[in-house]
Write a protein that binds this ligand. Structure first.
Ligand SMILES: [Fe+2]
Ligand SMILES: [Fe+2]
Length: 277
C-alpha cells in the first residue's frame, strides 16, 4: 500500500519554499498511483502556483472531490479545470454544491457558497457526480456521503441557507469526508469538519467496520463555544490516533493543546507538507 497526502493549499505556510497561503484548503491524495484532488482553496491562485512549485502536474489528476460547497474549498475549481485545458475529470460533490451559503459574522452577512452554477464544470471538462450516500471511490478510499450527527456537536455556527426566500439555519448536510483504509484502520480526511469531528470519526468506524487511526484536515474550532476545544482534544486523545494533522480552520488553541497532550500523534502541518504512509 502506497499512500501520500500532500498539502497544496492551507492558511499556513510553514517553510520558505516559495509557496503561497490563503484561507482555504486543498490536498493531493495519492493511493496506489491514483490521484485525488481534495478541494481547491479559495481562489485557485495558490493552488496552481503551489502545484508548480511542488512539481504536481494538474493534468495528471484522476478525480476532483469537493468536501462541501464553501468558497474556501471550491473557489479554485474553475481555475483548476481551465489549467487542465478542459481535459475530462470526474468531480464528486454533494447535491447542494450550487446552493447559496450565507454567513453572518461580525454583524455582516456574506454569501460564502461556491458561486458555481450548472454548466460551469461541464464546459471546462468537469464531469459532475452529485451524491448524498457513501460509496467506495477507488479501492480503499470511501466517500462518506452525508454524515449523521449522532455522536457530537456539529460546527455550523453563523451559517444559513435560503428556503422559500427566507434564511434558515444550515446544518451543512453537504459536509463530507473521505476515509482512507490503511489496513488496521483508516484515516479521516476533513475539509472544514462542519459535520463535527466526533461524528466524522465515529461514522467512519461504522461505515468501514474498523477503528479511526488518524485525522487530517480542518477541524473548524475557530469559533467554538467555551470548553468545546478541550472536550474535542480529549476525545481525539481517547481514540489513540497515530496521526492528528489539523489544518485550515482548526484555530490556534487546538494546536497548542495537541502539541502538549498528543505529542506522538500531533503533526504540525501546512502548505507543502507531505505525509507518506
Ligand atoms: Fe473551510
Ligand atoms: Fe466551510
Amino acid at each position: 500500500m502506497d499512500i501520500k497526502i500532500l498539502v497544496l493549499v492551507d492558511n499556513y505556510v510553514p517553510r520558505p519554499q516559495g509557496l503561497m497561503g490563503e484561507y482555504g484548503l486543498s490536498l493531493l491524495l495519492e493511493k496506489d498511483g491514483v490521484r485525488i484532488l481534495y478541494d481547491t482553496g479559495s481562489t485557485g491562485i495558490p493552488l496552481i502556483s503551489n502545484m508548480h512549485v511542488l512539481g504536481v502536474d494538474p493534468t495528471k489528476m484522476d478525480y476532483l472531490f469537493l468536501s462541501h460547497r464553501h468558497l474556501d474549498h471550491t473557489g479554485g475549481v474553475l481555475k483548476f479545470l481551465e489549467t487542465r485545458g478542459g481535459a475530462p475529470i470526474p468531480v464528486i460533490s454533494h447535491t447542494m454544491l450550487y446552493e447559496p451559503s450565507i454567513a453572518t459574522l461580525g454583524g455582516r452577512t456574506r454569501e460564502i457558497g461556491s458561486g458555481l452554477k450548472e454548466g460551469d464544470l461541464e464546459s471546462r471538462g468537469g464531469r459532475p457526480l452529485f451524491i448524498q450516500e457513501p460509496f467506495e471511490l477507488i479501492h480503499g478510499v470511501w466517500v462518506s456521503g452525508e454524515i449523521p450527527r449522532e455522536w457530537g456537536p456539529s460546527h455550523t455556527e453563523h451559517l444559513f441557507r435560503l428556503e422559500g426566500g427566507r434564511l434558515v439555519e444550515d446544518r451543512m448536510d453537504d459536509d463530507m469526508a473521505l476515509y482512507i483504509d490503511i489496513g488496521k484502520g483508516f484515516l479521516a480526511i476533513t475539509g472544514c469538519g462542519h459535520a463535527g469531528v466526533e461524528n466524522i470519526m465515529e461514522y467512519g468506524e461504522k461505515l468501514l467496520g474498523k477503528p479511526a487511526l488518524g485525522i487530517v484536515g480542518g477541524l473548524h474550532l475557530v469559533m467554538s463555544p467555551p470548553g468545546r476545544v478541550e472536550k474535542l482534544v480529549d476525545y481525539l486523545i481517547s481514540k489513540d490516533l497515530k496521526v492528528i494533522a489539523p489544518l485550515h480552520c482548526t484555530g490556534p488553541q487546538p494546536h497548542w493543546l495537541l502539541a502538549n497532550k498528543a505529542r506522538d500523534a500531533y503533526r504540525p502541518s501546512g502548505a507543502g507538507d507531505l505525509m507518506e504512509l
